[in-house]
Design a protein. Structure first.
Length: 344
């Protein structure tokens, strides 16, 4: 019965993904007929030149790369969130718990203020700085945690991560204060935005998801062993410290790339793994891939809502995900408290 339920979840979420993608390509301030969008996408996949006209420009130049970036970012953030929650045995953990997201955000903001770029690789400046600061944040957190607790226990990592996030947020606010004419760019970017994304950025996200996401998917059995505690994982032969370092390093790199492309998009890595765990159970062999698929659809739909809700104005997608996340967790907290009172 459990296997049938999980198979049904795969069919539902994977089967709806193309429909969600097409819906997000068609909808917006200018609506594109479904048949026209399918024709344009088919021509692009066959390598044919885009026909002249308004629809061709909107679909292939603006929406197609943007929706691709939204789907890839949602998949990456959800995968990292699910892996971090399994590693730390905390259903409310994600990259922000360890300060990795904050560190990556600070690095990307520094690249905007200083105009850091690499000749011939216009996307590498922000991505490189975000990844560098993400890894630097991880190294600092691990060093501090190791100096306090040589076993690198979960509680110590979370405590240091929260403190580090507060410090980095203060530094980011200080940077924004002295950013001058780049204040608007940094402020809008810190809210999270997928506006104006390119095929190059989509390719960067896809490459990062393959390089850093694949190891996370292959560590599902080790993450399952962590569910009963680190001592249990060690007794069944899991190299606890190495797995911790590998999961945190891969997640840091992937989060760094996502932040460099879309800015700070909150709650995706919290909401989706939480929902998938309720639907599919705690087995990471299914939780990780289902979180990826559902996360892609979720962020594509959130970005569509950001574009469509106040059209022709556009909301930052990070604002939309934060609103959804706040309402979701308030409802979960209310139901849990209500259930607790009934039990009493």
């Amino acid at each position: 019965m459990k296997n049938k339920r999980k198979l049904l979840l795969y069919v539902i979420f994977a089967g709806s993904l193309p429909a969600v993608f097409l819906l997000c390509v068609c909808m917006g301030s200018v609506e594109v007929p479904w048949g026209e969008a399918l024709s344009l996408l088919g021509a692009a996949l066959r390598g044919q030149a885009a026909p002249d006209g308004l629809y061709g420009s909107i679909v292939l130049t603006l929406r197609f790369p943007r929706v691709l970036c939204a789907g890839l970012t949602g998949a990456a953030l959800s995968l990292c969130g699910a892996a971090m929650q399994g590693l730390l045995r905390n259903p409310l953990a994600d990259g922000s718990t360890l300060g990795v997201s904050s560190g990556a955000a600070l690095g990307a903001a520094v690249s905007i203020v200083l105009g850091v770029s690499i000749p011939g690789l216009p996307l590498a400046g922000a991505a490189g700085m975000a990844m560098l600061f993400a890894f630097g944040s991880l190294a600092a957190i691990l060093a501090l945690a190791y100096s306090m607790d040589r076993s690198l226990s979960t509680h110590t990592l979370i405590l240091i991560g929260v403190i580090f996030s507060m410090l980095v947020s203060s530094l980011l606010s200080l940077l924004i204060t002295f950013s001058g004419e780049k204040l608007r760019t940094i402020t809008y970017w810190t809210m999270g935005s997928l506006s104006g994304k390119s095929y190059g950025q989509a390719g960067l996200l896809a490459l990062a998801l393959f390089v850093f996401g694949t190891p996370l998917l292959f560590m599902a059995r080790e993450l399952n062993a962590f569910a009963l505690g680190e001592d249990n994982a060690l007794h069944v032969g899991v190299p606890v410290r190495r797995v911790k370092l590998m999961v945190m390093a891969a997640s840091s790199a992937l989060i760094g790339v996502c932040v460099s492309v879309g800015g700070s998009i909150a709650f995706v890595g919290l909401i989706i793994p939480h929902v998938m765990r309720m639907l599919a159970g705690p087995d990471h062999r299914h939780l990780l891939p289902l979180s990826m698929i559902a996360g892609a659809s979720f962020l594509m739909l959130a970005d569509l809502l950001a574009r469509w809700a106040l059209r022709p104005l556009e909301l930052p997608v990070g604002v939309v995900t934060s609103l959804i996340g706040a309402v979701f967790f308030l409802s979960v907290f209310y139901r849990s408290r209500k259930g607790g009172r009934k039990a009493c």
